[in-house]
Design a protein around this ligand. Structure first.
Ligand code: ZN
Length: 116
């Protein structure tokens, strides 16, 4: 389980990454994590093992972390704030999840063919 705070550089902005239990942070209620653009902060939930019938909850945390980092990239690149209405592509959760889930595979494919 990821628990150690860290930082990530998103387009020149330093974003703090913290891992919290839901009991420590009421904003996590019903969420796996969130990105707060006003505080340059990503919070990922420390899942309670007993609440899930899954063996490796760190996989969920990493997927959530990638998801929130994609949100941060969209915000920092300026497209999130200007995408109206609220279900526009830059705020669309399905699109954010697609990038969060597929990006490791895309980067691996880039590396395989020297496309970086
Ligand atoms: Zn989201």
């Amino acid at each position: 389980m990821l628990t150690k705070p860290t930082k990530v550089n998103v387009m020149g902005t330093e974003i703090r990454v913290e891992f919290r239990k839901e009991a420590e942070d009421p904003k996590l209620k019903g969420l796996s994590g969130y990105y707060d653009c006003t505080e340059n902060l990503i919070v990922v939930k420390i899942f309670e093992p007993d609440a899930y019938a899954l063996g490796n909850l760190e996989v969920l945390q990493k997927g959530c972390l990638r998801h929130e980092i994609i949100h941060a990239f969209l915000f920092e690149s300026g497209v999130e704030a200007c995408s109206n209405p609220p279900d526009a592509w830059a705020t669309n959760e399905e699109m954010v999840d697609w990038f969060a889930i597929q990006s490791p595979k895309i980067f691996k494919a880039f590396q395989e063919v020297g496309a970086f």
